[in-house]
Write a protein that binds this ligand. Structure first.
Ligand SMILES: *Cc1c(COP(=O)(O)O)cnc(C)c1O
Length: 387
């Protein structure tokens, strides 16, 4: 079976993890600090705080921005559940901004219109979470202009986009536009720590608050320095335990050394898909012009023909029977039972729903062979003719 995505683990990765197991620190030792410094240096951001996973990174970003009960958080419906759930953890109210169908990314034009309405009825959101779908950067210039105009905090959920850059060449994670950028190191993402995540920011206060909240809200020692009591610690906030272990950080740091090689391979494979698929009735979501900007976490495409769209499940099942696992990204968040209970309905965000009905993501991962890719293309091409 060819998976739709898969981690790439080397002997160096294994050695790095084993070395931690032989050391005295299993958590929050030198590896966490080294991995955080390496992330800062890779993304050109001054502060990084690693977390237990990407969902925790989103939760922590919102907590550090003081999002709480009574606040509103907006995001895209074309994302994994975590982007919206993180706001619910903070007891904020969630709403969505529809996407631009062609790219699958949040549509700045719809954002502008929705914010104008929200302003009139005094219901502006406190924060907006954008998602770089598949690794292809959102139109951050336009999004930042409008969020800055209304004083809304901007979070980039860059779970798909470690290694991606904006069209000006600057790395996602640099926080050129956003207050905070979050990453996930789940095995299907650009690099992995098993479970893991991080937030990056240029704001030292926000970074310090995030670090405090990720570790019980506790400051070690006697902050007043009045007592000679080495056991002292003070809880200053209601924090959580969202810390990454040294075992995981060592794996992440080792993987980060190979990120550019992973990206090169993903880009090579994406370009080959682009060329081969030109002959088929499908539209790739990320244009070839973005070849060297996207981290190509996914290779999503839209089916063009009504018949194919109606028969998508048959297509996916026949690919599966041929040993090719594809995926659908994403079932729009607002259509989930939990969100329907909150008052959302099918029909609320028509572009995200149209995208959902027409999309499939083809396998793409660094260790995929050209022979495997040729087999996928030939099989897809054959099935599109017969379905
Ligand atoms: C994977 C993912 C997350 C969650 O990351 P985890 O590390 O699995 O918690 C959040 N947002 C998006 C868009 C994702 O794809």
């Amino acid at each position: 079976m060819i998976p739709y995505n898969r981690q790439s683990i080397s002997e160096e990765d294994i050695d790095a993890v084993v070395a931690v197991l032989r050391s005295s620190h299993l958590t929050q030792g030198p590896e966490v600090a080294a991995f955080e410094a390496a992330l800062c240096s890779y993304c050109h951001a001054p502060f990084a705080v690693t977390t237990t996973n990407g969902t925790a990174a989103l939760h922590l970003a919102l907590l550090a921005l003081d999002v709480g009960p009574g606040d509103r958080v907006w995001t895209t419906p074309n994302t994994f559940l975590a982007s919206a759930n993180a706001a619910l953890y903070c007891q904020a109210e969630v709403d969505f901004v529809d996407i631009d169908y062609a790219s699958g990314n949040l549509d700045p034009h719809q954002l502008t219109i929705k914010l104008e309405t929200a302003k009139r009825v005094h219901q502006l959101p406190k924060a907006l979470i954008v998602v770089h779908f598949g690794g292809n950067a959102c139109q951050m210039e336009a999004i930042k202009a409008v969020t800055a105009h209304y004083g809304i905090a901007l979070i980039e959920d860059a779970a798909h986009a470690l290694g991606s850059s904006y069209s000006n060449g600057e790395k996602i994670g640099s926080c050129h536009y956003a207050d905070v950028t979050t990453f996930s190191f789940h095995p299907i993402k650009s690099i992995t720590t098993g479970e893991g995540g991080a937030i990056l920011t240029r704001d030292s206060g926000l970074a310090a608050k995030a670090r405090l909240l990720a570790s019980h809200g506790v400051v070690r020692g006697d902050p007043d320095r009045q007592r000679d009591e080495p056991w002292q610690y003070q809880q200053q906030l209601l924090g959580y335990n969202l810390r990454l272990s040294d075992i995981a950080a060592a794996l992440g740091h080792s993987q980060l050394q190979r990120l550019d090689r992973f990206l090169q391979r993903r880009r090579q494979l994406a370009q080959r898909y682009h060329h081969a698929l030109q002959a088929l009735p499908v539209d790739p979501l990320t244009p070839e012009a973005e070849l060297h900007h996207s981290a190509w976490h996914l290779y999503p495409l839209h089916l063009q023909e009504e018949g194919h769209i109606r028969q998508r499940a048959t297509l996916v099942n026949q690919l599966l029977a041929a040993g090719i696992a594809t995926q659908v990204h994403f079932i729009p968040v607002h259509t989930q039972p939990w969100y329907q209970k909150l008052g959302f309905h099918w029909g609320d965000f028509p572009e995200a729903e149209r995208h959902y009905h027409t999309t499939i993501s083809l396998p793409l991962f660094p260790d995929m062979g050209f022979d495997q890719q040729e087999y996928i293309i030939a099989t897809l091409s054959r099935l599109l003719k017969t379905i």
